[in-house]
Design a binder for this molecule. Structure first.
Ligand code: MLT
Length: 266
């Protein structure tokens, strides 16, 4: 692990391999270990940069809230620190919100986008209220109750029964999250802007990946992004719910490798 001083925090990150850069942005409430299988798949051909977003993993927390714009700026400052001019930005779920914020604010630094199980729409009023309740819950009860309520929505029932090691890995990742960091991200997600008007302006190639059985962010959100982004491909992965890159790592990596191999805009 390496660290970089990014404004008010020490940011932990991994930087593996050499070649065109791919930045992986994890979802909520995870950390950079979410992307281990993808980093391994890229080893030998690409440089994988994987930060722990502020408030997650081994990075510092800073002040509330962790807005998507704040998290995107942290990633941009990390790229500056590493002297990376342009990168493919890949984000899952909340990582996708950060990826879209990055595209909006730093599009000259983007060679392509990978948007996995995410959406461009902002939260409904009801969802915003629920985020605030969840933030309060994280701070008062800790991460166990958050993990318990999220777990059934992250994986298909088939995976839950057949892959206990994966279930444990995902649960452990959530339990390790600092409740303050989780609460800051929840408030940040609640206040995020709507990115739907940004989509038609995206001119770099985009790979959209969706787990067919995702109940947290249903597939229709990916279909809408695909319709709105001219140069996009939608890959729907079967037998996968929300954490598609771990649940069906092989299928995910196949799509990812095909995309990075064809990408010429580095
Ligand atoms: C995530 O996986 O990052 C979150 O579930 C996203 C969200 O709650 O909107």
């Amino acid at each position: 692990m390496a660290t970089a001083t990014i404004e008010d925090i020490e940011m932990a990150y991994s930087d593996v391999g050499s070649g065109p850069a791919v930045v992986f942005i994890h979802g909520y409430p995870f950390n950079r270990s979410l992307w281990t299988e993808q980093v391994t798949a890229l080893a030998g051909t690409h440089r994988a940069v994987v930060p722990d977003l502020r408030g997650f993993g081994e990075s510092g927390s800073g002040n509330m809230p962790s807005t998507m714009s704040r998290l995107a700026r942290d990633v941009k400052l990390l790229l500056d620190h590493l002297h990376i001019e342009r990168a493919l930005i890949a984000g899952l779920s909340m990582g996708g919100y950060v990826t879209l914020a990055f595209q909006k604010e730093f599009k000259d630094r983007v060679s392509g986008l990978l948007l996995a199980n995410t959406r461009a729409e902002q939260d409904s009023d009801e969802a915003k209220i629920s985020r605030r309740e969840q933030a309060e819950k994280a701070l008062t009860e800790g991460m166990a109750s958050i993990a318990d309520s999220m777990l059934p929505k992250l994986l298909t029932p088939e995976t839950v029964s057949k892959k206990p090691d994966l279930v444990k890995r995902i649960r452990d990742m959530m339990l390790k999250t600092d409740p303050k960091g989780a609460a800051a991200a929840l408030l940040g997600m609640a206040s995020r802007e709507d990115f739907t008007t940004l989509l038609p302006e995206i001119s770099v190639p985009v790979l959209i990946i969706a787990g067919r059985d995702d109940a947290l962010i249903p597939m229709r959100h990916s279909e809408r992004m695909h319709q709105a982004i001219t140069d996009s491909r939608l890959a729907v992965i079967d037998h996968a719910a929300h954490v598609v890159n771990l649940e069906q790592a092989e299928a995910f990596n196949r799509e990812m490798m095909q995309f990075v191999t064809q990408l010429t805009s580095w």
